[in-house]
Every structure is written in C-alpha cells, then in structure tokens.
Write a protein that binds this ligand. Structure first.
Ligand code: PLP
Length: 470
C-alpha cells in the first residue's frame, strides 16, 4: 500500500465522531500511522521511523488501577510534590476521568492553566495543524509565526514589544533581568547595586531567583545562597512600598495584582493605582506578574484592568497556550525592552512556531468566547453561594475574584488535605495550599449547571466534614 493511500484510509477512519473520539482513535492507531510512514518510507523520512522505534507495544506495562499508578510513580520519581491521590487518564472540558473510569469535575484546572478546559477542540486542532507544518526552529533564524504573534499580543495589551519564553518562572526571571539592566543603563544605578522589591506571600516559581524572593521556608530553606538585593515588603501596604521606593538603587517592584498561590489574596480597592503612581513618582519599574491572574482568570482580560492601570512590564503565562504547553510572554514598551541586545537573554524553545501559533489562537478564542465575562459571572455565583451556604464557623473566609478563589478554614475543624479527599470522593478535584487554605480555579468555560454541581459538592464535603482520627 502506498503511504498516501495508507494515510487516506486512516483519515477516513477519523472522519466521523467527536474530537475526543478522534483523538482517542489517533492515539490507539499511532503505531499504525508510523508503520505506514516507516515501512513504506517517503522522501523526507526514508524508513527511519520504523527502524529506530517500535510503537506497536507500550514501552512499559500499563498500570491497571489508580493505586498502581500512585505506587509506581512514587517509586520512580522525585518526591517534590505531594499529589492528591487521583490518577487521571482523560480530560474533556471541565471533566476528567481517572484510570478506574471515575468522572470528576476539575475545579483546579492544572494550577489555573486550563482556562479553555481539557482538549478544547479549537486548541487541539490548532496544535495538530501547526505541529504538522513547523514546530521549532530556534530564534537563531526567523520563522513566520513570531511576527504574527508579536503583532497580535502587543496590540491586544498595548505594549511596543514582547519577549517570548516558556514557563512563568522564566517570565519572572526575564522581567527582573530587564529591570536590572534598565536600572543600570537608564536610571544610572551604580553597577551591582540594583535592588528589586517584592511582596510577602509572592509566588513566581521554584528557580533560585524565584525562591530568593519567597517568604515560604519550604521553598527557600537549604537552597541558599540566595540572590542578593531582593527585598520583601508586606502585600497591600502602600506606606511600606513608598518607604522602599525612596531608595535610588531600587529598579523595580514586582507584584501579583491578586496573589494566586498565597490563596487568592485580593488587595484593597485602589492598591494598583497607588502602586502605579508611586513607581512613576520614584522612577521605578512596576512589574505586574499576571502569570496566574491574566488572560480573563479574574473576570477582566488582565487583573490590572480592574483599576485601569498599565504596568511597565507585564508577565503572562499559564493559559497563554490554551493549556497544552508552557508558553510565557513578557511585554514592555521600547524604552525598557530596548535595553536587551543580542546575546543578553534568550531560550532555545522560547517563541517557537507552535507556541506562537497557539498564543494567537488561545487569545482569539478567549476573546471570542468572552472568557472574561463568564469568569466574572461564574465567579460571582461561586462566591455568593459558598458565602451563604457554607458553615461559616468551619469556613470563616471565602475570597477571590472571578474564577481565582480560595477558602480559609478553621484548622481545628477542617483538615484541608482530607477535605480535598472528601471532595474527590464526591467527584470534584481541587488542591489545598496549606493547613488553612483550599484553592479553586476551574476552567473559564464552565457552565452554570457545572458550577452549581461543583458548589453542591464543596458545600456537602465541608459542612459534613469529620476530622480524621489522630
Ligand atoms: C503568579 C505566578 N507567577 C509565576 C508562576 C510560575 O509559573 P511556572 O510554574 O509556569 O514557572 C506561577 C505559578 O504558579 C504564578 O502563580
């Protein structure tokens, strides 16, 4: 059989059915595709695939149960996470299914990356299309997706330029490097004296720089020495900020408009406006870390839009790819971004054609689908229902904005980890942050019916919670 005929036959197999059915068939039949390409060969891949890799048998025996997944993963991976005991093998929209076939509502959405939900057909299609055309070149040469993405995103968020990276932590590193260089070149801070200010409770990853600004001992202890001249002030504290910014060696203040990993901590109304004013007054760059709050999560396209202010440097990540791969972006105007010159910063994968294409498609689909409006509507419903229906002696605080929410419990009455297990048992997945806080960040495409089903589970699990025997 010729390759073309083989692939046509495979295509006709996938012509009917839903996207997820097609994906499942493709997965099942990937060995078949490879066999056609490999055995018959073609001008570009003469026989290489089938002679080097056989995909007809799984590389390792498949785990039969969730329990087996937990045990095998525990044995062969580093223990740098403490996962909720649930092993997922399929996702669609706001739903996930575990290895044992049980269905769950996903109220966590991969640390707020899956704003489109699992396997959104537009994202899956865009990825499949672009990956078959061009997926990577490096920035050593030009490709035809970078300028498209750059023009699109800079126009959308009103900045002169963008710098593309992969993860949110790299976005933070990029912003801090940019601010330091600007500090030396433009603000004329003496060499190696630049100071960067952060807020207590910040989270922007686990790199050496990110943990150097952290106030969490678990993240930080025994990983020193830390990056010098990183200084922390309390979050939501304008007098403390002004005091710090008076120091002429300060190049930047980096802050989340709403603190995500600290547990959806919303600052006072007017905080962001005041931050903007003070940074301008003292000639300090304001870096807004919108890796978690950005892209409609809090009910506006950016969280800084709640106060109609523009930071000097904006960091985006997480949902920027539609949740299928790490894509981050740092935006700034020319007087800041132009301090970077060739060789001063970069990343092998940053800004690859697949990332750029997904960036445009995910932003377009968020815009067309009015993700911001739905996040606000569903977030308001979530907050008001939890506030009125939860036993407030057990759960004194319900907070957040849009679909970035958290509850704070009385730890004498609720063990947060066991509470998430009680939710899991009732068919909802989310994660506790610490012994007092549980976070919720479902997909922004969630419907009212799905939201109400989730609220019922959370209320039932918490109001009827019994502390485990010690
Ligand atoms: C505000 C913020 N910045 C940065 C990061 C780091 O992103 P990543 O895990 O993609 O490096 C996170 C991750 O949760 C975050 O919440």
């Amino acid at each position: 059989m010729s390759t073309a005929l083989g692939i046509r036959r495979l295509n006709s197999k996938y012509a009917s059915g839903s996207i997820s059915e097609k994906m499942a068939m493709l997965q099942k039949n990937s060995a078949e595709v490879v066999r056609h390409l490999g055995l018959v060969g073609n001008a570009s891949f003469p026989r290489l695939i089938s002679t080097t890799v056989s995909l007809s048998e799984p590389a390792v025996p498949k785990a039969a149960t969730s329990k087996e997944v937990f045990e095998r993963e525990y044995k062969s991976t580093a223990h740098n996470y403490d996962p909720l005991p649930v092993a997922i093998s399929k996702g669609e929209g706001v739903y996930m299914w575990d290895v044992d076939g049980k269905k769950y509502l996903d109220f966590f959405a991969g640390y707020a990356t899956l704003s489109h939900g699992h396997c959104h057909p537009t994202i899956v299609e865009a990825m499949r299309k672009q990956v078959g055309i061009l997926h990577h070149t490096s920035r050593a040469i030009y490709h035809d997706k970078m300028y498209e993405f750059a023009e699109y995103i800079t126009k959308k968020f009103n900045f002169d330029k963008v710098l593309t990276m992969n993860t949110g932590a790299e976005g933070g590193e990029t912003a801090v490097k940019l601010a330091r260089k600007w500090g030396y070149r433009v603000k004329k801070i003496p060499e190696n004296k630049a100071k960067t200010i952060f807020a207590h409770g910040n989270f922007w990853g686990r790199t050496i720089a990110a943990i150097s600004s952290s106030s969490s001992p678990t993240s930080k202890d025994e990983f020193g020495p830390h990056v010098p001249e990183f200084h922390n002030i309390p979050y939501n504290d304008i007098p403390a900020l002004e005091e710090k910014l008076k120091d002429p060696h300060v190049c930047a203040f980096m802050v989340e408009p709403i603190q995500g990993e600290a547990g959806a901590v919303v600052p006072d109304e007017g905080y962001l406006k005041k931050v903007r004013e003070l940074c301008t007054k003292y000639n300090v760059l304001w870096i807004a870390d919108e890796v978690q709050t950005g892209l409609c999560r809090t009910g506006k396209f950016l969280a800084v839009h709640h106060e109609n202010v523009k930071p000097d440097i904006l960091i985006l990540g997480k949902a920027l790819s539609g949740g299928v791969m790490p894509v981050s972006a740092v935006l700034a105007d020319d007087p800041v971004m132009e301090v970077f010159t060739p060789g001063t910063h970069g990343s092998t994968y940053g800004g690859n054609p697949l990332a750029c294409h997904l960036g445009i498609v995910s932003l377009e689909s968020m815009t067309e689908g009015k993700f911001d409006e739905n996040a606000k509507k569903m977030g308001d419903l979530f907050m008001s229902e939890l506030s009125s229906r939860l036993d407030r002696k057990k759960v004194p605080i319900v907070r957040g904005r849009g679909l970035l929410n958290a509850i704070v419990v009385d730890p004498e009455q609720i063990d947060t980890k066991y509470a998430t297990i009680a939710m899991r048992d009732r068919g909802l997945i989310t994660k506790h942050i610490n012994e007092k806080v549980i976070r919720f960040s479902p997909a922004l495409i969630i419907t009212e019916e799905q939201m109400r089903a989730g609220i019922d589970i959370i209320v039932d699990a918490l109001n009827n919670f019994k502390m485990p025997a010690k």
